[in-house]
Design a protein around this ligand. Structure first.
Ligand SMILES: *Cc1c(COP(=O)(O)O)cnc(C)c1O
Length: 408
């Protein structure tokens, strides 16, 4: 939220992203603290009953109750908004609750949504099952075929939802092309920017109206908390989302906001270092005889390599997926499990965006709730392994994977 409750930091015009990541959001304060303060308080004392009444009626801006107003949360919102090049941001308890807030704020029964078929598994469940209960219809389309999005537009289409690159296939969508379709349809375009973070990709620059984040991933960057956020114009945030937050309460805790706020300070150097290691790992995987295919936007062999380089500041990000060589689906699952189980450095966990490298089998974890048909449509095969590269020495990650690959 952008308002006058806490004074704005007085930064010169035009300071750059790395400066904003460290300096934006730290307000001048009576105590002069140089590290952002953590306001662990559920409510705020009011000077008198009449002032309390005015503040509850929105006639005066002030902190009231941490479900919808907390200074630490607001510092995080300001910093993330600045990094995304957005006017405003509203923090949420998780990435999924940011998408829930998006739906509750923008959609009503009878509305239509177009969503990429390749988005995060829980996002497919939220649109395909939960929002459907409330009469919102979603058409799932190809991540990369713009003409499918165009053809899916209906008179009642209100929202286009994409994620780029996707998990785990790292498919890249053309945000500017989707924005043009959304504008012609009179709909909003929301982009889940979890995999790139604003250090590499700022969807608003390509015409997105709204940006979704799981703060759990690269924004925190150290696997400590669950957090989320939604960024967009001040008008949209204030009109559509602030009232929902106040009533529905998918709020970010001040403690988690403080953790993610501090995480943002190292975001761009982490993204740079982790992406560099990911590219090295992807190139190495391509040379391994037991690997059938590698998915990484930084590789020249990636189908949307050029688009990814243009849209993602010349970086492929830090997530690499690959398919192990196998005979049929049952064997593929066994082979993938073998490679995962032979690792000693990588953490076997479905999270990503951590400084610790994580390894997972998407078909049985993040995408395990999908039907086999939905998984096939999304291209998540049983032989696929996803590695979210951290900050370890990449030679140790290669050795970790080679142990399993060499013994297949
Ligand atoms: C993890 C993730 C989410 C959900 O975020 P949570 O913080 O776990 O709720 C949404 N989108 C993408 C792309 C993700 O990777």
């Amino acid at each position: 939220m952008n308002d006058k409750r806490i004074p704005r930091v007085d930064l010169p015009e035009g300071v750059h992203l790395d400066t904003l990541a460290v300096r934006e959001g730290l307000p001048p304060s009576a105590w002069g603290e140089n590290s952002e303060a953590l306001f662990l308080t559920s409510s705020f004392r009011q000077p008198d009953a009449a002032t309390a009444a005015a503040r509850f009626a929105n006639e005066e801006e002030a902190f009231i109750y941490s479900r919808f107003t907390n200074p630490t949360v607001m510092m995080f919102e300001r910093r993330l908004a600045a990094l995304e090049g957005a006017q405003a941001c509203i923090a949420t308890s998780s990435g999924m609750s940011a998408i829930l807030l998006l739906g509750m704020g923008l959609l009503k029964a009878g509305d239509h949504v177009i969503c990429s078929r390749s988005v995060f598994g829980s996002t497919i469940m939220l649109f395909g099952r939960e929002f459907a209960k409330f009469g919102v219809e979603t058409t799932f389309v190809s991540q990369t075929d713009v003409s499918e999005w165009e053809r899916a537009v209906k008179p009642n289409t209100r929202l286009l939802f994409a994620e780029s690159p996707t998990n785990p296939l790292t498919e890249v969508c053309d945000i500017a092309a989707l924005s043009a379709i959304a504008k012609r349809a009179g709909a909003w375009l929301a982009v889940d920017n979890c995999f790139c973070s604003p250090a590499l990709q700022r969807p608003i620059e390509y015409g997105a109206d709204l940006v979704i984040h799981s703060g759990t991933k690269y924004l925190d960057g150290q696997g400590r908390v669950i957090a989320g956020a939604l960024c967009g114009s001040e008008a949209l945030v204030n009109e559509k989302f602030v009232p929902v937050m106040r009533s529905a309460g998918m709020s970010l805790s001040p403690f988690n906001a403080w953790v993610v706020l501090k995480g943002l300070e190292t975001l761009s150097i982490r993204m740079e270092a982790q992406s560099k290691r990911a590219l090295e790992l992807a190139r190495w995987l391509e040379t391994q005889p037991q690997v059938d295919r590698v998915f990484y936007p930084g590789l020249e062999s990636h189908p949307q390599h050029q688009l990814a380089m243009a849209q993602q500041s010349g970086s492929g990000g830090a997530v690499v997926s690959f398919i192990v060589r196998a005979d049929g689906a049952t064997d593929a699952r066994r082979q993938a499990f073998h490679v995962i189980d032979q690792t000693k450095v990588c953490s076997i966990t479905a999270n990503l965006g951590d400084t610790k490298t994580t390894i997972t089998h998407p078909a049985s974890t993040s995408h395990g709730r999908l039907t086999e048909e939905q998984r096939q449509a999304a291209g998540i095969t049983q032989g696929m392994i996803r590695v979210a590269v951290g900050l370890e020495d990449v030679r140790d990650i290669q050795a970790d994977l080679l142990r399993g690959l060499a013994s297949l």
